[in-house]
Design a protein. Sequence first.
Length: 211
Amino acid sequence: MPDDVKTPPAVDEHQPLGQATFSSFADSTAEDWTKIVAAAKVFNRNHVDRVLDHLKMLEGDCGGFPVSRLEHSLQTATLAHRAGKDEEYVVCALLHDIGDTLGCFNHPDIAAAMLKPFVSEQNYWMVEKHGIFQGYYFFHHIGLDRDTREQFRGHPHFEYTAQFCHLFDQPAFRKDFDSMPLEAFERMVRRVMSVPKNSIYNRADSDNALG
Ligand SMILES: [Fe+2]
Ligand SMILES: [Fe+2]
């Protein structure tokens, strides 16, 4: 680098405008929140990177399954993509098991909560309930009722969710599958998760206070 080109100062993305000074929310001021919102907007720019980094944590973890949890996720998304499902659906397929590391006893809730601001109510329901619907294919092997999903029979999203598990989730454990790499899905995830449609921080004008 030539001597006359100065290296830009490092940006502390957590403190772009300094820090608020309150010790309780009740004492906070609009000036404090201007700083916090500015910091949040910078931090939120890397949201999808953090999501993808977390998904990568499923690599190498087989948990006794024939393939790693990441490979299973890639196969599920690849099957959905090749079946012509739209981008939002494919992203749901890719991330449906992202909660495996943190939600050992309720993993679908983790993915559903992460996707909720960005997807339709139908896709949210599908991701949230996929654990119960997936159980149709194995619950009877571990002393559970494979028909647990029947409690939702007649629900408008029953068949939609059953189809997801039948076509894309339960068959996605092949050792010889030519799954698409994670990089092939990155731009889809960025597009789907770029603007929250349903967030408590959305203003009346549909702008997001933190986005
Ligand atoms: Fe799952
Ligand atoms: Fe799965």
